[in-house]
Ligand binder design. Structure first.
Ligand code: ATP
Ligand code: MG
Length: 334
């Protein structure tokens, strides 16, 4: 569906200065997959989506979307993909009700008569807008307007859909309906989806492929699990234990395999109760060693807490290394 190489985009910043917004971006998206584009603010996600939709010409690189050349045939791409941008609701006509807005747009996407009515009803239903079908757009909430914009884009029944932060501004109910719509589009109708999000949990839930952008460059892309593993994200483990009656303090906890950071903390309330907070880069090595340590020192185990690596961790480690490299650069300049 998408096959692009070495994409670059830059904007003029001053008379002789350019800001490089995208550089060397290679991306391949297979039919039927859901790709999540992740990255901090300003990473270039929206810019990349605009290029892939045929709305913006790249300054470097080449490739195809749906078999059409991104440089030579952007209009052909625009005609065959759906895009829901954060500002998509500007095209909503306030003089038409929610349903009338969709009826107005249906012929633009080649839908007429009974078929158009059926599709509009289905979209209103799936996006929880049935109760607002006859309301004026200025009387519905921001989240409902966003869902109306989504419904309008999906009238087109395109095989490739771009969603730029589709659940931004939505409440938990709205988030659920949009996420289940995305899953339904993909699994039920074979639609290929490219989405951007800041909600890591969302990418984990919806995407099978992930591309991480940082400062305009792809720092990782591939299957979700592989990405998380390749970034070497640390995982927190918390072990709460009780000291034996004779012990005056917790035994030292050194040289724990896989542990990158260890902090012992007295648990509030009960004397003799401590929690060891460990950041592990290799849970399979750290956990058994930790349990042996507990046994070896005659400690009583109260609780062990750990959680799976989330994209939140990935995002955090990305932002941390961005900060680190920025600071490094600043120092080098000084
Ligand atoms: N038309 C433009 N002219 C100049 N600079 C631009 C233009 N559009 C985007 N930029 C810059 O390009 C960079 C990437 O912007 P982009 O909107 O692609 O980021 P993003 O990853 O979508 O961020 P966000 O998560 O905030 O939506 C930013 O630094 C932005 O200021
Ligand atoms: Mg953006």
């Amino acid at each position: 569906m998408i096959d692009v190489r070495d994409l670059g985009k830059r904007y003029r910043r001053g008379r002789r200065q350019w800001a490089e917004v995208l550089a060397d971006v290679d991306l391949r998206v297979q039919e039927g997959s859901v790709l999540g584009l992740l990255g901090p603010n300003g990473a270039g996600k929206t810019t990349l989506i605009k290029i892939l939709c045929g709305l913006l010409a790249p300054d470097a690189g080449s490739g195809t979307v749906l078999g059409h050349d991104i440089r030579r045939s952007p209009a052909a791409i625009r005609a065959r993909v759906s895009l829901v941008a954060p500002t998509a609701d500007v095209g909503i006509d306030n003089n038409l009700t929610v349903r009338q807005n969709l009826v107005f747009w249906a012929p633009v996407f080649g839908l007429r008569g009974a078929e158009a009515r059926r599709r509009i009803d289905a979209l209103l239903e799936r996006l929880d807008l049935v109760g607002k079908a006859d309301a004026w757009p200025m009387h519905i909430s921001a989240g409902q307007r966003q869902r109306l914009a989504l419904a309008r884009s999906l009238l087109a029944e395109n095989r490739l859909v771009f969603l730029d932060e589709p659940t931004n501004k939505l409440d938990s109910e709205g988030v659920r309906s949009v996420r289940s719509l995305i899953t339904d589009l993909n699994r039920g109708h074979g639609v290929t989806v490219v989405l951007t999000t800041h909600v890591m949990e969302e990418a984990e839930e919806l995407c099978d492929e992930i591309a991480l952008l940082r400062q305009g460059r792809l720092v990782a892309s591939g299957g979700r699990d592989r990405i998380v593993a390749s970034l070497g994200v640390t995982r927190p483990i918390a072990v709460t234990f009780e000291l034996g009656p004779e012990a005056s303090g917790p035994p030292p906890l050194n040289d724990l395999p896989g542990a990158l950071q260890v902090r012992l903390e007295r648990a509030p309330g009960e004397p003799g109760l401590y929690t060891a907070h460990i950041a592990s880069g290799d849970v399979r090595a750290t956990t058994p060693a930790l349990l042996s340590w507990v046994r070896a020192h005659g400690l009583r185990l109260r609780a062990v807490q750990t959680r799976p690596v989330t994209l939140e961790d990935v995002f955090l480690s990305m932002t941390e290394s961005t900060t680190a490299s920025t600071t490094g650069a600043a120092r080098a300049v000084e």
